[in-house]
Design a protein around this ligand. Structure first.
Ligand code: ATP
Ligand code: MG
Length: 611
């Protein structure tokens, strides 16, 4: 990924050097993909520690994923040693707020997905709101994120039924809050809201946010923006970095206009605001860059990588045909088949040999990745699936997560209770409380000592969960962690690329990565496949909300710009409108012939999905 490959500060270009060294109360770097923004942010931290004598405890860096935070920390540790970075804070908004509240001595437990749903369910029915807990939480979250138009979900303002809907909603909201307070629970949004509340009330601990650095600034939502503003009031300097053309979380209220908004807010206070631009791309071949930029219509970046293969759009007869093509093509790239066949299939172009971990397959939705997954498995290709998939919402998985939390926080009665309800299917009383306590006594020492893989194996055997599909998938995640608390952190707070599982056997390197376009943000791979580049899929036709066409275009742009050397898009049916205007020079179109195999793979897929 981006950080592992970066070199020493000496190899920064002049723009990057300026972004690393410039001292300005507010400094914004807005630049395109692969221009070294993330790398620059890490170098800036290093520079602050080495040359500006800033204390590590004065620095807070915000990343979009736990994984990015971990990589930044590792890189700084390697450059400077563990001692020099002790006290340095790097994390997502949520993990930073969680730590902050804990350090402030606030007594609370984190409410997991199921707990929130349960409490919301009670609140909704007591308030007489005519929809389910899921929708209630969704609307509430949109309201709290400060998204305009959240009320529309409750119905049109002129209908007579609507007014009571709004009243019911307010009532449900109150009840939801009260119930959480009674059980000392905070949900995801609460962590940010509570931190904000403490900062606004001027807690002395707010002083620790002295130097702030924020990556992927284009994707922060209005609530996070408020938090940044509150931090900034106490801070000595704020450094934000991002790319408005890669803003892809508008559906959660993020707005690429946040750079302008920050500038306006800062200048209104009469304070200093500086910007730095980066225009050199170090990630992609000129071919990849040209296709991506023509598609998006943004200002071209200057390529620094040597020429590569043309960007291809492969048209297949069906989605299954696309998935099979991808699996076969990956097999060929990794040298799995004879040269003769390879030449016949790829029009005798000489291909570079690749290892599996150099390859990523990106799709618009998680559901689509399942088809590719089935075909990769069929071909015997090792893969990792990344993202918040639906198995994580499974009862047994959620119950296990609650139990693990109870192991880590013995005072968390609410977690113990939910674990009992979900895993043992028992209601909470003295007997079940005793049962859970006994179980916890057995598992607590193991939780602290055992490797996650071993721990989960014992756990699944004990509770007879080995056959549950969702639990098997959960077990596929453990190879990525050394300790159970690390694992729990990602289960609870992880986003997108944080949540990875192995398909089939336990391998965590040497595997192809499958993820959504959203999940691929900030990452890079030598070879990238984009699956389903057709009309109806990108932009995605969605019953719930109309597609924001420009946001969908930016999403495709994010996906295409992950590729370093090779980019292959596939589609069936009509190609995406975003690609249609690209000439044959920028995008090399080919037809994939249907294969006999298609059918057997199709059957196998049905078998697996039913399983
Ligand atoms: P994105 O917008 O996708 O997050 P980014 O702007 O954060 O991209 P990075 O991931 O930091 O870009 O860098 C992209 C690649 O370019 C990385 O492999 C990085 O090591 C490399 N790179 C960045 N700057 C330089 C440089 N000055 N010389 C050589 N390689 C560089
Ligand atoms: Mg980046």
């Amino acid at each position: 990924t981006e950080i592992q490959t970066s070199g020493r500060a000496a190899s920064l270009n002049p723009g990057q050097q300026e972004a690393v060294q410039k001292i300005c109360r507010h400094l914004a770097v807005m630049a395109g993909p692969g221009t070294g923004k993330t790398r620059t942010l890490v170098s800036r931290i290093q520079y602050m520690l080495e040359h500006r004598k800033v204390k590590p405890s004065e620095i807070t860096a915000v990343t979009f994923t736990n994984q990015a935070a971990g990589e930044m920390r590792e890189r700084l540790k390697k450059e400077l040693g563990a001692r020099r970075i002790s006290g340095l804070q790097i994390g997502t908004f949520h993990s930073i707020c969680l730590h902050f509240l804990r350090r402030e001595g606030m007594d609370f437990s984190l409410a997991g997905e199921t707990q929130c749903k349960n409490i919301a369910g009670e609140a909704v029915s007591e308030a007489g709101l005519p929809f389910g807990s899921g929708k209630f939480l969704d609307v509430l979250s949109r309201k709290q994120a400060g998204m305009p138009g959240w009320e529309r979900e409750l119905g049109e303002p002129d209908g007579s039924g609507e007014k009571s809907n709004r009243e019911c909603f307010r009532r449900a909201e109150e009840l939801y809050r009260k119930k959480k307070r009674e059980q000392k629970l905070l949900d995801f949004d609460d962590m940010l809201l509570e931190t904000l509340r403490l900062l606004v009330n001027g807690t002395p601990a707010g002083k620790q946010f002295t130097c702030l650095l924020i990556d992927e600034f284009q994707d922060i939502d209005p609530l996070q923006y408020e938090l940044v503003k509150a931090w900034d009031r106490q801070a000595r300097e704020l450094f934000v970095i991002g790319d408005p053309n890669q803003s892809i979380y508008g559906f959660r209220g993020a707005d690429a206009g946040c750079f302008d908004r920050l500038k306006a807010d800062v200048e209104k206070r009469g304070e200093e605001f500086c910007t730095v631009e980066l225009t050199e791309n170090y990630r992609s071949t000129p071919q990849v860059l040209e296709a991506a930029q023509k598609m998006q219509g943004c200002m071209p970046l200057h390529p620094n990588c040597p020429d590569g293969e043309p960007v291809r759009l492969v048209k297949a007869g069906s989605e299954m045909g696309e998935a099979i093509f991808i699996a076969k093509e990956i097999g060929r790239m990794a040298g799995g088949i004879g040269m003769l066949e390879a030449q016949e299939l790829s029009g005798s172009r000489e291909r570079k040999h690749r290892s599996f971990e150099e390859i990523a397959v990106l799709s618009r939705t998680h559901r689509q990745a399942e088809l590719v997954e089935a075909c990769l498995r069929k071909e015997g290709i090792p893969y990792i699936v990344a993202g918040r998939e639906s198995f994580l919402a499974d009862e047994k998985v959620q119950g296990s997560i609650c139990f693990f939390r109870y192991l880590e926080h013995p005072e968390d009665q609410s977690a113990a209770r939910t674990a009992a309800e979900l895993l043992l299917k028992l209601s909470w009383n003295q007997v079940t409380e005793e049962m859970v306590r006994t179980m916890a006594e057995k598992y607590r020492p193991l939780y602290a000592k055992k490797k996650p893989g071993k721990f989960l194996e014992m756990w699944m055997e004990d509770l007879d969960l080995q056959k549950a599909e969702a639990m098997k998938k959960m077990a596929g995640m453990t190879v990525f962690y050394k300790t159970m608390p690390e694992f729990l952190l990602d289960l609870e707070l992880g986003v997108e690329s944080d949540l990875r599982r192995c398909g089939g056997k336990q391998y965590h390197s040497g595997a192809v990565t499958l993820m959504t376009l959203h999940g691929s943000k900030g990452l890079e791979f030598p070879a990238v496949f984009i699956y389903g580049a057709r009309e109806g899929n990108i932009p995605l036709e969605n019953e719930k909300r109309p597609a924001d066409e420009e946001e969908e275009r930016r999403l495709l742009y994010v996906g295409m710009t992950r590729a370093k050397e090779e980019l292959i898009l596939t589609c069936s049916g009509e190609e995406s409108r975003f690609l249609a205007h690209l000439s044959g020079n920028a995008l090399f179109r080919e037809k994939e012939k249907p294969r006999k195999k298609e059918e057997s793979c199709h059957q196998m897929r049905l078998f697996e999905l039913e399983d």
